[in-house]
Design a protein around this ligand. Sequence first.
Ligand SMILES: Nc1ncnc2c1ncn2[C@@H]1O[C@H](COP(=O)(O)OP(=O)(O)OP(=O)(O)O)[C@@H](O)[C@H]1O
Ligand SMILES: Nc1ncnc2c1ncn2[C@@H]1O[C@H](COP(=O)(O)OP(=O)(O)OP(=O)(O)O)[C@@H](O)[C@H]1O
Ligand SMILES: [Mg+2]
Ligand SMILES: [Mg+2]
Lengths: 261, 261
Amino acid sequence: NTRIITVANQKGGVGKTTTAVNIGAALAMGGLKVLLIDLDPQGNASTAFNVAHDEAVPGTYELLVEGATIAAVRQRAEGYPYLDVVPAGVDLAGAEIDLVELERREFKLRDAITTMIERENEKYDYIIIDCPPSLGLLTLNALIAANELLIPIQCEYYALEGLTQLIKIISLVTENTNPQLHIGAILLTMFDGRTRLAHDVANTVRSHFPNEVLTTVIPRAVRVSEAPSYGQSVLTYDMSSPGALAYLSAARELHEKGRMK
Amino acid sequence: NTRIITVANQKGGVGKTTTAVNIGAALAMGGLKVLLIDLDPQGNASTAFNVAHDEAVPGTYELLVEGATIAAVRQRAEGYPYLDVVPAGVDLAGAEIDLVELERREFKLRDAITTMIERENEKYDYIIIDCPPSLGLLTLNALIAANELLIPIQCEYYALEGLTQLIKIISLVTENTNPQLHIGAILLTMFDGRTRLAHDVANTVRSHFPNEVLTTVIPRAVRVSEAPSYGQSVLTYDMSSPGALAYLSAARELHEKGRMK
Ligand SMILES: Nc1ncnc2c1ncn2[C@@H]1O[C@H](COP(=O)(O)OP(=O)(O)OP(=O)(O)O)[C@@H](O)[C@H]1O
Ligand SMILES: Nc1ncnc2c1ncn2[C@@H]1O[C@H](COP(=O)(O)OP(=O)(O)OP(=O)(O)O)[C@@H](O)[C@H]1O
Ligand SMILES: [Mg+2]
Ligand SMILES: [Mg+2]
C-alpha cells in the first residue's frame, strides 16, 4: 500500500520543503521507493535534489493542466536509486488561474496518481507532496490526493495562528471530497532550546495534538540550511550533524507510526 | 506626498510581516502618520498590533470585494497615536476567488487608496502594505497600488531562488499597469553572522542590487520573534535590544533614502 503524504502549512517558511526533502531522502536511503511531487512554483524541492526544472522541462504544470502522466514527467534524483521527483517549473505559478476553468480541477493530482498506481506493477512505498505557502487550488489538489497530512510547525509565535485555519480547511476536505484525509503527524521544526518561546510553542502544540506530534523535534541547525546550496539533502551533506540525525529519527518514527495503524 | 510601500516576497517566512510591523512602528514613533494595510489572510500584522480581526470585524476583505472605504475599516493601533491598521480577517482567504469575477479586480486597492487621499485633508506620510507569500491577486493589488517596493530577503539559500521570479513580475506590472513601481529598498533579514551561508547570501544580494540593499542588516534576534506574542512591536517590547535598534536604523535609512530622490 502506497502512503500518500501531503506536507502542508499555509504559514510561510516553517520547513515544509526541508521536511519533504529530508524525510523523503531518509526513507529512500532506507531502501523504500519514494516519489516526491513538488507543488510549489518556487521549485525549492526540485532544487534541493538538483533536478532540472527550468521552463523547458515538463513537470507539475503539465501534470495538472495538460494531463501529462507522472511517468512522463518524473526524474530520478541523482545519487538516490529509490527516489524520483516530479519537478516544479516557474510555469506552475500560472496553474492556479489555468486550473479554474477546467472540469474536476481539484482532482487533477489525485487522478494522475490513481492512473499511475493502476498502470504500474512496481509501486512506490511513499508519495510525498510539497506544498506552497497558501490554501489555493494547488494545496487543495494535494489535500484531495493524499490519505494523510504531515504538518511542520516552526516553534515560533505566528506559527500557531494559522493552525486553526488549516484545521478548518482539512475538515472541509474530509467532509466533502476526501474522507480518508487525516493528520498523520505534526513535526516541530527549527526548535532552538535556548529560547523560552520555542518551549512555550512546543508545549502548546503538544497539549492540543498529543497523538499527532512526533516525539522527534528538529533543532535549528545551520547544516540543514546549507545543504540545499549543494543540491543535497542534509543526510548526504553531513550525515552525523544534529539536523541529519533528527530527520533520520523523524522518518523512522513516521514510518513506524503508519505501520501501527 | 504619501509614500506607498508594498512589502513583498513570495518566499515564505522571510520577515515580510516583521518588517512591515517594525518599520511602521518606528516611523510612527518618530511622529510620522502611518497606515498599515494587512493583505495576508493569516492576519499576522493585525495580531502584531493587537488589532481585532475576527470574522465579525470589517477589514481588507470588505475593502477589496465589497467596496468599503479605508475610513470605515481602519483601526487605531493601541499605544501608537500615529498608526492606523486595516486588519485582515480569515475571510480574506476567499478574496482571490471572489475578486476574479469583478471588474478592475487588480485595481481595487489602488482605487480605495486614491479615494481616501482625495477625500481626506490630513494625509498619511506612509502607507505600508504587508503581502502574503504568493503572487496572486492580493499581491498584484499591492504592486499596482504602491509607488515603491520594499523586499525583505532572508539570508538563506532558498531566498535567492525566488528573486528572479519576483523581478519578472515587477517588470510586467511596471510595463502594463503601474509605471512608477520600482524597488525602493531591499532589507537583509535574520542575518546570523556566525554562519558562512549568511555572509555568502548577503554578498550575492549586494552585488546584484548595489543601490537598493540597505546598509542596515537585521540580525536574527529572539526578542524580535517574542514581541508578537505580547501584541507589540519589538520597539516597544525591548527598545534597546539588537533587533529593535536594527529596525530603528532601517526605518531611518529608508526614510532618508526616499528624501534623496
Ligand atoms: N532545522 C532547520 N535549521 C535551520 N534552518 C532551517 C531548518 N529547517 C529549514 N531551515 C531553513 O529555513 C528556511 C525555511 O525553510 P523551508 O524553505 O523548508 O520552509 P517552507 O515552509 O518550505 O517555506 P515556503 O513557505 O516558502 O515554502 C530555509 O532557508 C531552510 O533552509
Ligand atoms: N530578525 C529576526 N530574528 C528572529 N526571528 C525573526 C526575525 N524576523 C522574523 N522572525 C521570525 O521569523 C518568522 C518569520 O517571519 P515573518 O512571519 O515576519 O515572515 P513573513 O515573510 O511575513 O512570513 P509569511 O511568508 O508567512 O507571511 C516569524 O516567526 C518571526 O517572528
Ligand atoms: Mg517550501
Ligand atoms: Mg507574513
